[in-house]
Design a protein around this ligand. Structure first.
Ligand code: NAX
Length: 331
C-alpha cells in the first residue's frame, strides 16, 4: 500500500479543526487509498482540548489514519509534512482595530513560514484558511522564500461551493450539475462571484436562469448572498462556518493533488501573475484547473466592464491589506 502522507493542521483544537481532522482521517482530503499521519498544532491554552481531539481520532479507528502527532511545538508540528492546512490564527475581537489583528497574524504567519521552510517536506503544499486568508498566505510566502510561491494558496473554495449551491437551488437541480462559477479576488465581502461562464447541466447559467426575475436575482441577491453567507451562518448558528469550511478545504486539496475533471475549473486563492489585469504578487482568487499537483489559471475568459470593476475593487482591497501587513512587519 501507499506510503502515509504527513498532514499538518494548525488550530486543530478549534471549530474547523474538529471537523477537518475527521475528514482528513477519513480519506476526504487525499483520497480513499492514501494513508495519513496527522500533525495537529495548537497553542498552550488549547493543549488539553488538543489531546482530547487526538483521543477521539484514536477512538474513531479510521482505517487510513496511521498516527497522530498532537503538539504545541511548532517545529515538531512541521517536521516532514507534505500538506499544511493553516487554520490557526488570531481572531478579531470586539473593539479591536483591524491593524492590531493584522499585526498579530503577520507575526504568527512569519513564524510559521520559517518553521515550514526549515522543517516541512521540500515540496509542501500549503492552504491558508485563517482570516485574513489571502493576506496571511501572502505573509507566509514573504517569510518562506525557499518554498515555491505556487505551493502557497488561500481558501476561496467555500465561497465557490456556496455559489454552486445557490445556483443549484434556484435552478432546481443538484449541485453536482452546476459548474464553473468563479470567485474572483479576496475572501471577503469584496469578492466577486461570477456566473458569466458557468453552466447548469452543460447549458450557460444565464440561459437556464433567464427570466426577468432570475436575471435580477443573479445580478443582485445571488451576489450578496454568497458574499454575506459567512455572516448569515454566524447569525443562524451563533458560530462561524466550520463543517462547510472543512469540507471545502478538503475539496481544494483533493483537486490540487488529484486534478480537476476535464472542462471543470474551481476557485483558488493563488499567487497572481497579472492575469486578467490584476496586480501580480497578490494572493488573489482565480478560476484554476489542476493537473499533476499543479494549478493553472484559466485564461482567455471574456470580462465585461462590470466584472472588470469588481475585480479591481477586490484587488484594491488586497493591496490595502498588503500595505497594512507590510507596515506591521517594519514596526
Ligand atoms: P476557532 O477559534 O474555533 O479555532 C482557531 C484555533 O486556532 C484555536 O484552537 C486557537 O487556539 C488556534 N490558534 C490560535 N493561534 C494559533 C497559532 N499561532 N498556532 C496554532 N494554532 C493557533 O476558529 P475557527 O472557527 O476554527 O476558524 C479558524 C479560522 O478560519 C478563522 O481565522 C476564521 O476567520 C477562518 N475562516 C475562514 C474561512 C475561509 O473560507 N477562508 C471560512 C471559515 C472561517 O471563518
Amino acid at each position: 500500500s501507499r506510503k502515509p502522507m504527513r498532514v499538518l493542521i494548525t488550530g486543530a483544537a478549534g471549530q474547523i479543526g474538529y471537523a477537518i481532522v475527521a475528514m482528513a482521517a477519513n480519506g476526504d482530503m487525499l483520497g480513499q487509498d492514501q494513508p495519513v499521519i496527522l500533525h495537529l498544532l495548537d497553542i498552550e491554552p488549547a493543549k488539553q482540548a488538543l489531546q482530547g481531539v487526538k483521543m477521539e481520532l484514536m477512538d474513531a479507528a479510521y482505517p487510513l489514519l496511521v498516527d497522530v502527532v498532537a503538539t504545541t511545538d511548532l517545529q515538531e508540528a512541521c517536521a516532514g509534512v507534505e500538506v499544511a492546512v493553516m487554520v490557526g490564527g488570531f481572531p478579531r475581537k470586539a473593539g479591536m482595530e483591524r491593524k492590531d489583528v493584522m499585526a498579530k497574524n503577520v507575526s504568527i504567519y512569519a513564524q510559521q513560514a520559517r518553521a515550514l521552510e526549515a522543517h516541512a517536506s521540500r515540496d509542501v503544499k500549503i492552504l491558508v484558511i485563517a482570516n485574513p486568508a489571502n493576506t496571511n498566505a501572502l505573509m507566509l510566502k514573504e517569510h518562506a522564500p525557499s518554498i515555491p510561491a505556487e505551493n502557497i494558496t488561500a481558501l476561496t473554495r467555500l465561497d465557490h461551493n456556496r455559489a454552486l449551491a445557490q445556483i443549484a437551488a434556484r435552478a432546481g437541480t443538484h449541485v453536482s450539475n452546476v459548474r464553473n462559477v468563479i470567485i474572483w479576488g479576496n475572501h471577503s465581502s469584496t469578492q466577486f462571484p461570477d456566473v458569466a461562464h458557468g453552466t447548469v447541466d452543460g447549458r450557460p447559467i444565464r440561459e437556464v436562469l433567464r427570466g426577468e426575475e432570475d436575471a435580477a436575482w443573479l445580478d443582485g441577491e445571488f451576489v450578496e448572498t454568497v458574499q454575506q453567507r459567512g455572516a448569515a451562518v454566524i447569525k443562524a448558528r451563533g458560530l462561524s462556518s466550520a463543517m462547510s469550511a472543512a469540507s471545502s478545504a478538503c475539496d481544494h486539496i483533493h483537486d490540487w493533488f488529484n486534478g480537476t475533471a476535464p472542462g471543470k475549473w474551481v476557485s483558488m486563492g493563488v499567487y497572481g501573475d497579472g492575469s486578467y489585469g490584476q496586480p501580480a504578487g497578490l494572493i488573489y482568487s482565480y478560476p484554476v484547473t489542476c493537473q499533476h499537483g499543479k494549478w493553472k489559471i484559466v485564461q482567455g475568459l471574456e470580462i465585461d466592464s462590470h466584472c472588470a470593476a469588481k475585480l479591481k475593487a477586490s484587488a484594491d482591497e488586497l493591496l490595502e491589506e498588503r500595505e497594512l501587513a507590510l507596515a506591521c512587519i517594519s514596526e
